[in-house]
Design a protein around this ligand. Structure first.
Ligand code: MG
Length: 459
C-alpha cells in the first residue's frame, strides 16, 4: 500500500508548483498518438507475423504494453469523444442510435460544455496541438481551436468521406486522392482540397516535430491522430509497395517510421526523460475491407462490434525513468486517459460532471494494480455487453464480419476472457450466478447514465 501513496504525494507537490516552474518542477510533455482502425494484432510486438514495426516494438520493450486496453467505442466519432473527455460518449451526445459517426453532411459536434484533455492542460500552461484527424464536428463551432487546441493541422473527418460521385466503384481498392473531396485544415481554414492523402502521414510527422522543437522549453500536449490505416490506404514515397503485408502493411510501417522520428527528436532535444508517449488505436480492424482492413489477432471480429476485436486495441506507454517497463494484462481504457494525464500534469479534473475513467498513473509507475475492474461495451448509444474481471456478458450482438444491425442475445452469452479471449465458448448455462451478477451490474449502470442530446444524428 505504501507504494501507492508515493504518486499521490508527488502529484500533490506538482499541483502546488509555482505558475512558472523551473526545469525540475516542469510538468511532463504528453504525446498521444492514435492510429485509425488499427487492430489489436497489427503490430509486430502484438504478434503480427509480417508487419514490421521496429520503433513501436522498441517503445513496447522500454515501456508498458497493455493487452486489455479498450477504445471508447467500436467506431471513430464516439471513441474519440470518449478519449478526449473521459466520459462515455452517450453522456455527451456523441453516440447515436441513428448514425454511427459524423459525416460530411453532419450538423452536430462535441458540445462546448464538454471539457477536453487539451482544455484541461491549457489551464496548466501547456501548449496544445492536434495534428491529424478530428471527427468530432467539422463546422466552425466544433473544430479543435474551439476545444482547447492552439494548433490544428489535419482532416476534419474520415478519409473515405465526401466521395466524388464520379469516382469509380473501386475507389477504395484503387484509390486516388481526387476521389475523396476531403479538406485539409490549418486552424479553421481549408488549406488543401482534396487532401493529398499519400503525403499525409509524412506531413503529420513533420508538423509534430516542428511543434516539439518550438515548445522545447515549455510543456506541450501533442495529440497526433493519424488518418491511416483507415481505408482508402495511401502510403508515402519509400513505403508504398514495400511491406509483405501489402498496402495495409505499407501504411502501418510508415506510421512506425513516424514514431521513430518522434523518439529521435525527443532524444536530440533532451526531452526523452520528461515526455510520456502513448500509442493506441481508436477501434478495431474493419473486417469488411478484407485484406485492406487489419487484424484483431486472437480476438473475435472487429470494428463496429462489441466483440473484443471491435474495441480492444494496442496501447503502449513510454516514459524512460518513470513508466515501469513490462506487460500489463489488467484493464485500461480511453476513458482513463484524461484522468491519467491530468494527474501527471497536476491539473484538476473538470468539475460538475460524471467522469467514466480512472487515474492509471500508479500502474504506469509500477506502484499498483489497475483500478479498472469493469468495462461497458456500447455500440452506438446502446449498452451491448459488460465485463467485470475476467467475465463478459453479451446482451446484443450481430453475426461475425458483416454490417447487419445487432440483435438481442437471449439468454445472454457469457465468456471467460482469460481462458477464452476469442469468445468462442458460451458459459452462461454453467455459471448462472455470474450471469445474474453481470445483469445487475448492467442494470445499475443503465440507471446511472444520463444521455446528452444526440449530436451525431443532426444533419
Ligand atoms: Mg476508426
Amino acid at each position: 500500500m505504501n507504494g501507492r501513496l508515493v504518486p499521490t504525494l508527488m502529484l500533490a507537490a506538482a499541483t502546488l508548483a509555482p505558475p512558472t516552474p523551473g526545469p525540475a518542477r516542469r510538468p511532463p510533455n504528453l504525446i498521444l498518438v492514435v492510429a485509425d482502425d488499427l487492430g489489436w494484432g497489427d503490430l509486430a510486438c502484438y504478434g503480427h507475423p509480417t508487419i514490421r514495426t521496429p520503433h513501436l516494438d522498441r517503445m513496447a520493450g522500454e515501456g508498458q504494453r497493455w493487452t486489455s486496453f479498450y477504445a471508447g467505442a467500436p467506431y471513430c466519432t464516439p471513441s474519440r469523444a470518449g478519449l478526449l473527455t473521459g466520459r462515455l460518449p452517450v453522456r455527451s451526445g456523441m453516440a447515436s442510435e441513428v448514425r454511427t459517426v459524423l459525416y460530411a453532411d453532419s450538423k452536430g459536434g462535441l458540445p462546448a460544455s464538454e471539457v477536453t484533455i487539451a482544455e484541461l492542460l491549457k489551464g496548466r500552461g501547456y501548449a496544445t496541438a492536434l495534428v491529424g484527424k478530428w471527427h468530432l464536428g467539422h463546422l466552425p463551432a466544433y473544430l479543435p481551436p474551439r476545444h482547447g487546441f492552439d494548433l490544428y493541422f489535419g482532416i476534419p473527418y474520415s478519409n473515405d468521406m465526401d466521395a466524388n460521385p464520379d469516382s469509380p466503384p473501386t475507389r477504395i481498392e484503387h484509390p486516388k486522392s481526387e476521389y475523396f473531396d476531403v479538406p485539409l485544415l490549418r486552424g479553421s481554414q481549408v488549406v488543401e482540397r482534396p487532401a493529398q492523402q499519400a503525403t499525409l502521414t509524412r506531413r503529420y510527422v513533420e508538423e509534430s516535430i516542428r511543434l516539439i522543437q518550438a515548445n522545447r522549453d515549455r510543456p506541450f500536449f501533442l495529440y497526433l491522430a493519424h488518418t491511416m490505416p483507415h481505408v482508402p490506404l495511401f502510403a508515402g514515397e519509400g513505403f508504398a509497395g514495400r511491406s509483405p503485408r501489402g498496402p495495409y502493411g505499407d501504411v502501418v510501417e510508415e506510421i512506425d517510421w513516424g514514431m521513430g522520428r518522434l523518439f529521435q527528436t525527443l532524444a536530440e532535444l533532451g526531452l526523452d526523460r520528461r515526455t510520456l508517449v502513448v500509442f493506441t488505436s481508436d477501434n478495431g480492424p474493419w473486417r469488411g475491407q478484407r485484406a485492406l482492413g487489419g487484424s484483431a489477432g486472437p480476438l473475435r471480429d472487429g470494428k463496429g462490434t462489441t466483440f473484443e476485436g471491435g474495441v480492444r486495441v494496442p496501447a503502449i506507454f513510454w516514459w524512460p525513468g518513470t513508466v515501469a517497463p513490462g506487460v500489463v494484462r489488467e484493464m485500461g481504457s480511453f476513458f482513463d486517459v484524461l484522468p491519467t494525464l491530468a494527474a501527471l500534469a497536476g491539473a484538476p479534473l473538470p468539475p460538475g460532471r460524471v467522469l467514466d475513467g480512472y487515474d492509471l498513473s500508479p500502474v504506469l509507475r509500477g506502484a499498483g494494480p489497475s483500478p479498472r475492474r469493469t468495462y461497458f461495451y456500447y455500440r452506438s448509444a446502446a449498452l451491448q455487453a459488460v465485463r467485470e474481471g475476467r467475465f463478459k456478458l453479451h446482451f446484443f450482438t450481430r453475426p461475425d464480419g458483416n454490417d447487419e444491425p445487432p440483435r438481442p442475445v437471449d439468454p445472454p452469452w457469457l465468456f471467460d476472457l482469460d481462458q477464452d479471449p476469442g469468445e468462442q465458448y458460451d458459459l452462461a448455462a454453467d455459471r448462472p450466478e455470474i450471469v445474474a451478477a453481470l445483469r445487475r451490474l448492467a442494470d445499475q449502470h443503465r440507471r446511472g447514465v444520463q444521455r446528452g442530446e444526440d449530436q451525431v444524428a443532426k444533419r
